[in-house]
Design a protein around this ligand. Structure first.
Ligand SMILES: [Zn+2]
Length: 251
């Protein structure tokens, strides 16, 4: 059942069968393969370490880029997926550099949400310079609402993710003020491995430094870590207030 995808998005992976896959704890929607790793790879792995079911939906192939190709990028994505031990990963087949929060795209992403039934959604932070990222955020916000509609041709059951949070993978030099920071000290080495899996994006043709691009990523993670008195951290934002059942997990 549901091994179909809207004909508008020919390059999309099929919708997963909701009868075959248990609900996810959370789904990270990424404009391009590597955004989820960069923005919240440490948190993804930490939550998987703690037994959560985590999926990543890449909206596009991420190609073309100066040193990549569809084959190289797919291989790199598979490698990063293995390192992170993701529960599920799929590609929505939208066009790189042309992501739009259109009605067909909204319905398409909402169909993935209905089939995967995540408790929470993660979208890119809403202030960015990259039009694909800005459109992706709008698309996730609209799809979250659209996924709960009844009397529709979309596959899967009605579903409304309880929370929508934002991770930082931005192309503006902003001094952002996050809502909270996750301690990823124990996951940092594996996060760097997952980033390095995208050799065509972060290593090939890049200035070896110092500082190299990966040195910069480490500096960023160390900065966020320092703010919470840990070695490395990852920041997040929320528009709605954080709901907590206990203060025990605050550090
Ligand atoms: Zn991106």
């Amino acid at each position: 059942m549901n091994a179909v995808t809207s004909s508008v998005f020919n390059d999309s992976d099929p919708y997963p069968d909701p009868d075959q896959i248990p609900p996810l704890d959370f789904l990270v929607v990424a404009p391009h393969p590597d955004d989820a790793e960069l923005g919240m790879g440490g948190t993804i792995m930490r939550m998987i370490d703690e037994g959560m079911r985590v999926g990543v939906l890449d909206l596009t192939s991420g190609e073309p880029t100066p040193h990549g190709s569809l084959e190289i990028r797919r291989r790199e994505t598979d490698h990063a997926t293995e390192i992170m031990k993701l529960t599920w990963r799929g590609n929505a087949g939208l066009t790189n550099r042309a992501v739009e929060a259109s009605l067909p795209a909204r319905e398409h992403i909402a169909s993935f949400v209905r089939c995967l039934r995540p408790r929470w959604l993660f979208a890119p932070y809403y202030h960015d310079a990259h039009p694909d990222h800005i459109a992706a955020t709008q698309l996730v916000e609209a799809a979250r609402f659209h996924a709960k509609l009844s009397k529709t041709a979309m596959p899967g059951p009605r579903h409304h993710p309880e929370r929508l949070y934002y991770y930082f993978c931005i192309h503006l030099r902003l001094a952002v003020q996050p809502s909270w920071i996750v301690d990823i000290s124990d996951q940092w080495d594996r996060k760097l491995d997952a980033i390095r899996a995208y050799e065509s994006q972060f290593i090939t043709g890049r200035d070896p430094g110092p500082p190299s691009l990966t040195d910069r990523f480490r500096d960023d993670a160390a900065y966020w870590g320092r703010l919470i008195e840990r070695q490395y951290g990852e920041p997040f934002a929320t528009k709605e207030p954080l709901a907590m059942s206990s203060l025990r997990d605050l550090i």
